[in-house]
Design a protein around this ligand. Structure first.
Ligand SMILES: Nc1ncnc2c1ncn2[C@@H]1O[C@H](COP(=O)(O)OP(=O)(O)OP(=O)(O)O)[C@@H](O)[C@H]1O
Length: 225
């Protein structure tokens, strides 16, 4: 991002003059008080929102000048995880993950192989026939992560992925993210989870009132909430 600002149509200035570079393979926490602009930062990366000003390149693609038809190609190179899981309620665990591969028209054989591999990685191979409402919150988030990584994205972005989970379950999620990152995937995670950020000692980008106020290599959370 280079001199990126985002002002919503109601005049709300969510981000102001953000310049930051995240390299391939990094693990980055984005922290800051409520309303600081963390979700907006994440939304710009997957082009859910467009910057009002500035340049933004994600995985070699200029997101600002991108044609609407190119957006799906950008998103195929990303895995996105939300606080509220966003699984399809009428599809099984297997189908939720396989669906992401059907969208890119992968073969059935490749899909089967990959879905089982990623469900194994998140520890849910044995629950592939379950529906989301038959799973705990932590299990649902693990399915969401499996879905996010099944197409081998270059970057995984996560907005408060442990926000609805208890501390122990949050750790399980973080261990999975760490493994995903160790395999070379860039990880960008917006979070309020102080214990997680403090323990993991990753790069921390702190945003306050839409501006970067801190960028540390092995950082801490640094807020009281
Ligand atoms: N769609 C929108 N329309 C108008 N204003 C918005 C919109 N989304 C966010 N904002 C405003 O932009 C600012 C930044 O919001 P953002 O959601 O990015 O913050 P955040 O750091 O993710 O907050 P939280 O930790 O509470 O999720 C806030 O003032 C918010 O009210």
């Amino acid at each position: 991002m280079s001199d990126v600002s985002k002002i919503y149509s109601n005049g709300s200035a969510a981000l102001s003059d953000i310049t930051v570079e995240i390299d391939k393979g990094e693990f980055v926490f984005v922290v800051g008080p409520s309303g600081a602009g963390k979700s907006t930062f994440i939304k710009l990366i997957f082009r859910e929102e467009l910057p009002t000003r500035g340049h933004l390149v994600v995985n070699g693609r200029n997101v600002v000048d991108m044609l609407p038809a190119e957006i799906p190609y950008l998103r195929r190179s990303l895995g996105i995880v939300f606080q509220d899981y966003r699984l399809l309620p009428n599809k099984t665990v297997y189908e939720n993950v396989a669906f992401a591969m059907e969208v890119i028209e992968a073969s059935r054989r490749e899909t089967q192989k990959r879905v089982h591999t990623v469900l194994d990685l998140v520890g849910l191979k044995h629950k592939f026939r379950n529906y989301p409402n038959q799973l705990s919150g932590g299990e649902q988030q693990r399915v969401a992560i499996a879905r996010a990584i099944v197409n081998r994205p270059v970057v995984v972005i996560a907005d408060e992925p442990t926000g609805n989970l208890d501390p122990e379950t949050s750790w399980e999620i973080m261990k999975i993210f760490e493994r995903v990152n160790q395999s070379g995937t860039t990880l960008v995670m917006a979070t309020h989870d102080k214990p997680v950020v403090d323990a993991m000692k990753k790069r921390v980008i702190a945003i306050e009132k839409g501006r970067i106020v801190r960028d540390q290599t092995r950082g801490a959370y640094g807020y009281e909430d």
